[in-house]
Design a protein around this ligand. Sequence first.
Ligand code: ADP
Ligand code: MG
Length: 337
Amino acid sequence: MSDLTAAHHAHPMTAPPQPAGEFDLIARHFTRPARRAVLGVGDDCALLAPRPGHHLAVSTDMLVEGRHFLSTVPPRHLGHKALAVNLSDLAACGAQPLAFTLALALPRADEAFVAELAAGMFALADAHGIELVGGDTTAGPLNLCLTVFGEVPAGQALLRSGAKAGDALWVSGTLGDARLALEAFRGTVTLEAADFAAARRSMELPEPRVALGMALRGLATSAIDLSDGLVGDLGHVLARSGVGAEVDLERLPRSATLSSQNAFLQSECLLAGGDDYELLFTAPDGADAAVQAAGRTAGVAVHRIGRIVAGPGLRVLDGQGREVDLSAHRAFDHFRS
Ligand code: ADP
Ligand code: MG
């Protein structure tokens, strides 16, 4: 797209040392030879060739400074997180990542910043064997919008709509540490230095559960990735599946650091935390061994946290079987917070 303010494309006659331009940034930081893609960066479109018998899985996530990340985030971590949250959506569908595009708005052509951003992004891309095939670069308030492309065997994508009454409810990893870090940044909680560093890693360097999503194909009846908090995201599964659920608060997996916080903060981080990027999924009752095996294959712990029921609504039960008041733990909503 050409900018309405096209002045940055003009070349003065006597040039002082030029800051990097749009095309310098693309060439230096975002152009690598295509490997799997038929055509990568440099033309008007990239060309991808999903394998026969597969569906193309596509997802977009935008990260806006002050909304999705704090200005304190190191650019290398920001590059990782921008790709990680997108890969998390492919993971939730059981798709294998292929490639991604990057639309980037930058206040200034800050080469050191862009180099670090690209390093974090490409390290995670390399870990998943995927490549950057295109994008758009413009001046503007810092904003990253990535689109990821993956492939999944036709008919095998994990969807939000498949949960059945009687299914067991599972979650991967641990929950709540990203929110705990956010509270520490906000100053509402004080953590020891090592605990803060660990929580901050959870917030800034989430690991998308791609291998787990793929291992759950044909096993999980529904899945979603946790980005806005358990209560809200589980609500999407329940609505799409036309079922209800009961969750045992005590079974929600949490770090030692979170376990040492007061009960209300623990519940808030676990139930409404957001930014967890773990998978929440359902599987038939009796498939526990197969689910545990999928977790081992993927190298991530999986925990059975509750059950799907026929009646509508979500009930969270504490250790004494009492219902937790969920109105105190609302899901994150960008237009309500
Ligand atoms: P157009 O104007 O035709 O949309 P652009 O000049 O915006 O093309 O981009 C030139 C090429 O560089 C395209 O192949 C585009 O996909 C790629 N590109 C632009 N920005 C990025 C970026 N941030 N990361 C990767 N590729 C990019
Ligand atoms: Mg463009």
